[in-house]
Design a binder for this molecule. Structure first.
Ligand code: SF4
Length: 326
């Protein structure tokens, strides 16, 4: 079932199969996806100083494509990063019916990864507390997050890495905009209430489609995500459909929305408190916007040179080698 060993494999186009032009093209495309993901991951890490020397990172692994990809990318990054950090994969078996508890331990053991499996039946709590017909996700994820914090403390981890990606960020932005009256998305980095654990989201620039392609390429043994029987709530479904429709009408819409989140003009928003905090008294005339890069280029931001990073983001990891430009 699993065709890669996950240890030192490169996913470039070198060694393309001899099975004809179609397979060779597939291999090249697969290599591009890996490169795009590594660059986007590296850019997010650099932009927000997500990883620092000596970090011990708990990587939450659910068995879904996103967290498998996050773990693989972090493990690969660790091998070539100029700073030393550790990655501990942790799965919480929440007692959902049919959860295949053997899949992740076997996968991690076969590759020699540092892995912890935790079993806590939050499923019974959720099904007991959440009224019939309501989605479980809010309570379920809060309980899971608390378990992850506890395991992080037990294992000496100072950071918890979660697999939320660009499309999660955009869906959250639209949810807050349309249903909550707030202009906010999802922080790439936040500190827990107790102040001792920092949550990081290294995939915030990564497109979900790329993560799906990467997961297929690496043949991760994906665990189905709806074992709990919960369905996305109607608001989340609505923003998902809206994003699909926008993308169909304007290819690259998601890429542009991500670019917008990285290019905020506070003076052109109507938050008086923000104006005061920034000492604004009047907005300057808006210069003509620079043309946006093509979607592919925008999805794969150029790495910040190490010298600039050193000046602006102490402690950040720069994956400087980035496959030697393959
Ligand atoms: S989909 Fe299921 S497992 Fe995931 S957060 Fe929602 S209730 Fe929990």
């Amino acid at each position: 079932m699993h065709t890669t060993d996950g240890s030192g494999r490169t996913d470039g186009a070198e060694g393309a199969p001899s099975g004809g032009p179609h397979e060779a093209k597939h291999a090249r495309d697969a290599g591009r996806v890996g490169r795009r993901l590594r660059r986007a991951l590296g850019q997010a890490i650099a932009d927000f100083a997500l990883i620092a020397e000596g970090d011990r990172i708990l990587c939450a692994v659910s068995g879904g494509k996103d967290s498998f990809a996050l773990h693989e990318l972090l493990v690969e990054l660790r091998a070539r990063a100029p700073v030393t950090f550790e990655v501990v994969a942790v799965n919480v078996d929440q007692g959902q019916p049919g959860f295949p508890a053997d899949v992740l331990p076997r996968y991690m053991a076969e590759r020699g990864h540092d892995f912890v499996a935790v079993k806590e039946d939050t499923y019974s709590i959720v099904t007991d507390k959440v009224p019939q017909g309501k989605t479980y996700c809010s309570l379920c994820s809060r309980l899971r997050r608390a378990i992850l914090y506890r395991v992080a403390r037990e294992r000496g981890c100072n950071k918890v890495a979660l697999g939320h990606h660009r499309d999660d960020v955009l869906a959250t932005l639209l949810m807050n905009l349309v249903f909550a009256g707030q202009l906010k998305a999802m922080p790439p980095k936040l500190v827990c209430d107790e102040g001792d654990i920092v949550v990081i989201r290294p995939l915030v620039y990564c497109a979900e489609a790329d993560l799906a392609a990467f997961a297929a390429e690496r043949a991760f043994p994906i665990i189905p995500c709806r074992l709990c029987g919960s369905q996305p709530n109607s608001e989340r479904r609505a923003v998902g459909e809206l994003l699909e429709a926008l993308e169909a009408r304007q290819p690259g819409a998601r890429t542009n929305m991500l670019a917008a989140l990285r290019n905020v003009r506070p003076s052109h928003l109507l938050d008086a408190g923000l104006w005061r905090a920034l000492g604004l008294s009047v907005a300057a005339d808006d210069p003509a916007p620079a043309p946006l890069p093509p979607p592919e280029a925008a999805a794969a931001p150029v790495l910040v040179p190490a010298a600039r990073l050193a000046a602006g983001a102490p402690g950040a990891v720069v994956p400087a080698t980035e496959d030697g430009g393959r």
